[in-house]
Design a protein around this ligand. Sequence first.
Ligand SMILES: [Zn+2]
Length: 450
Amino acid sequence: MTLPRRRFVEQAATLAALPFVDRWLGGGLGSGLPRDIDPLLDAAPLRADGAWVNAALARFDAIGRTASGINRVAYSEGDLAGRAFTLDLYRAAGLTPRIDAAGNIIARVAGSDPRLPAIVIGSHVDSVTDGGNYDGPVGTFGAIGAARALQAQGVRLRHPLDVVCWQNEEGGTIGSKLAIGAPVDLDGVARSGKTIREGITLTGGDPSRLAEAVRPRGSVACYLELHIEQGGNLDRSGTPIGVVLGIVGLKWFEVTIDGFANHAGATPMDQRQDAMLAAAKFTIAVNEAIRLEPGRQVATVGRVVALPNTRNVIAGQVQLTVDLRDLDAAKVARFAARFQQIGREIGAATNTTFTFREATSSEPAMADPRVMGWIEASAGALGLGTQRMPSGAGHDAQEMAHLCPMGMIFVPSVGGISHSPKEFSRPQDIANGVDVLLNTVMGADRALDA
Ligand SMILES: [Zn+2]
């Protein structure tokens, strides 16, 4: 009874996903079968060995583990041990990893048509200080697990498949930046105390040959990354799969508010130039402005330094930071202008002066709508619900989006917690994510360069 029932469930799930499947195969059918039959034959989902991926994650938990959390900060002992473990995992999966000049780990599985550009899948294994075991490794081991499943089931893709573990994601997506030829300050000092240049050597790369690690335009068919959500949307709604719309763009401002430092006892309330009061009003006004408009835009005043920061002196100067993010670059620009207008208004009302300095600006990196469709079709065929969402956190995928169509698959983070030793994703959710990655690779392989 078990087998027929399971097959029925799978078929029902496949049928439910038909509109997506049909779209993904649209135009690419060569069999001559009617379109409403062919997707059923083509779309029976593959399954990866989720238990294998979860067992690897469980063993990985011991590496870089300290009393305060996982410490595999890029180029540290923990990171290098994590990379050694990862290299072994590639080999255990039947893959042949190499290290490129930038220190990224790459294994290629040949496709049937060597002229085609590669489908690239992967993530990272470095962590933040006192982080968890899931941010990065889930997608890296998931990619290895997907490639292993293709080999185990004798499936040969048309495209070459590159399984990548990017170096130093948490320190500024360094490995993927180098892979797209984006500028990187090699003398910049990473959290481990090593320079990026030293880190590249430590990870087995060669800083004098970085050009060799750059992926030429047109050499990558698409990039897919499985990752934990890091927020709580999927966990709250009980949705197993998140389909990333894109990675938000951000602007960071350093705001200096100049008032006048004076005696807290002797200065009447109506004669003050209180930079602290202006900062408080500004913090509230930024929060109110960003919430007034519907959407998922976020803004945060996260750091405040008052001068002289003394009990009995009116603050003469306050420095604060604003972090502003959204998927829509125009909206980010509009709110940036609005915050500066708010600064002028509050400055006038409090007899202070606001000066804005833009410290960082990055454009949103949008996922490719076709890739999103393949992810949704794959999840549908597997009977898994999906939810579209922006990624508020940065990922290597944002760099790869400059080079090729990009898509990201999110799985739930319990409690929405990440960058913490409490970070946790359930084994079943991870297994689901690997299955969706595997079938999305299949969908991309079928549809791209058809
Ligand atoms: Zn990550």
